[in-house]
Design a protein around this ligand. Structure first.
Ligand code: PHE
Length: 443
């Protein structure tokens, strides 16, 4: 076993994990899905899943990583259960697909950043038209290429750590900007209706709604916490055994969830005030609502530029973590050097993403498959491994770093008996839903 460096400080680990977790998932995907899924019921189910499934699965990944000192590709072999490597392969495939369209959305962010700097978000004053022009076409492809080049270039130049440290500025800035915008949103005419929509579920239909939104909410919980792909396995492979995994988990999940909730508090008042039905905003929800708001605000273009710059940093630090998993997999599996593997993969991922930069239906198709199916499958496999194959070692591992002694048993029981059935049901529903989506969209 090689001796690995451990994070010099707890903050190093937290920053990397938060840098991966906080990204387009919180600010772009969460409000967009909430809008498409009918609002408050989605929020409730999402929060429940973060708490009941996200936290235990995050700990599963942390335990695999810290126990094995490896990335997800090598971890299972190191733990003498190499057949479970399949979980790593599922994760790598998910990452490969996710990054291809994540980069396209990253390209939108760059375009909005430039629009702010150059003085305007409106195409003849219409934020929706501006979004449509940004999201698809040659411009979208060009900025997708630029985002992918930034990801690969920064990783290749080895300045990634510097950028991860930027999270110390990025995360507080994002929170301050969102809080400010949410306060401004609360003064708008659409605010009451928006809160009604976003925060107050219709209790008479909540149960039926919950089943309906389960796959989407679970996919979102995994996506936003960077779960199911083994990203957190890799990060935890560097943490020392004296760390209390549970308190780190609480901090990471808390920050990530707070940012998503805030994003919703910004987006919905803006959308309702602009007279846009939340579901109609689609993948453009955050872009359309913010561009509309920045066009009205004093110094709106400047605030917009700062906001989209921070969002770009958040997106880049998440994208590295995805790229890392994919590159490690290819380096390991095909025995290629890291540098050519990175360049080759960046090109392939760019090409794979092109359809999503031409037609938002493809973006949905990639996104639903990778998140609602592959990430959940990856999480299910890792949980089955820990709960049923590696349980006693896992319990010993989580107990290190002074976790309360009842906690290990409680966590393990959850991972054994609760997480797998919920994820299985979710997965079955997701597959059915995906089939229906493909039928109705492409055939
Ligand atoms: N969590 C990131 C976000 O919210 C995306 C991501 C997904 C990163 C899966 C790594 C793994 O933007």
């Amino acid at each position: 076993m090689d001796v690995r460096a451990t994070w010099a400080t707890r903050i190093g680990f937290i920053l990397a994990a938060v840098g991966s977790a906080v990204g387009l998932g919180n600010i772009w995907r969460f409000p967009f899905l909430t809008g498409e899924s009918g609002g408050a019921a989605f929020l409730v189910v999402y929060l429940a899943l973060v708490l009941l499934i996200g936290i235990p699965v995050l700990l599963v990944e942390f335990v695999i990583g810290r126990r094995s000192n490896r990335n997800p590709i090598g971890a299972f072999t190191e733990l003498n259960h190499s057949q479970w490597k399949i979980a790593g392969a599922v994760g790598a495939l998910a990452g490969f697909i996710i990054l291809s369209y994540y980069s396209v959305v990253g390209g939108w962010v760059i375009q909005y950043l430039i629009a702010g700097l150059s003085g305007g978000y409106s195409a003849g004053g219409d934020a929706e038209v501006f979004f449509v022009e940004t999201a698809s076409g040659t411009g979208a492809i060009a900025f997708h290429a630029l985002f992918m080049a930034l990801v690969a270039g920064i990783v290749a130049l080895g300045v990634r750590n510097g950028l991860e440290r930027a999270a110390t500025v990025m995360v507080p800035s994002v929170i301050i900007l969102l809080v400010g915008l949410a306060i401004y949103g609360s003064t708008l005419s659409g605010a009451t209706e928006a809160y009604q929509y976003y925060l107050y579920p219709d209790t008479s239909t909540l149960l039926a709604d919950a089943v309906e939104v389960l796959p989407a909410a679970a996919g979102q919980a995994f996506f936003t916490l960077s779960l199911g792909m083994g990203v957190m396995v890799t990060y935890a492979s560097y943490i020392g055994e004296d760390r209390n995994l549970l308190s780190d988990t609480g901090l990471i999940v808390g920050i990530d969830t707070a940012i998503a909730i805030l994003a919703g508090l910004v987006v919905f008042p803006f959308l309702f005030t602009q007279g846009i039905t939340p579901g109609d905003g689609g993948a453009g929800a955050i872009f359309i609502s913010l561009a509309g708001a920045f066009a009205e605000l004093p110094a709106g273009n400047l605030i917009g530029a700062v906001f989209f710059f921070m969002l770009l940093l958040a997106a880049l630090s998440s994208a590295f973590s995805i790229f890392e998993v994919v590159v490690s997999f290819v380096v390991d599996r095909f025995d290629i050097e890291r540098a050519p593997a990175s360049i080759g993969l960046a090109v392939v991922i760019f090409v794979l993403g092109i359809p999503t930069a031409l037609d938002l239906n493809y973006l949905d198709a990639y996104d639903l498959f990778a998140n609602n199916i592959l990430l959940i499958l990856g999480g299910l496999l890792m949980s089955l491994f820990i709960g049923w194959v590696y349980a006693s070692d896992a319990r010993e591992e989580i107990q290190k770093g002074r976790s309360a002694s009842w906690f290990g048993g409680f966590w393990l029981a959850t991972v054994r008996y609760f997480v797998p059935p919920v994820l299985l049901i979710t997965l079955a529903l997701a597959v059915i839903e995906y089939y229906e989506f493909l039928q109705s969209t492409f055939f």
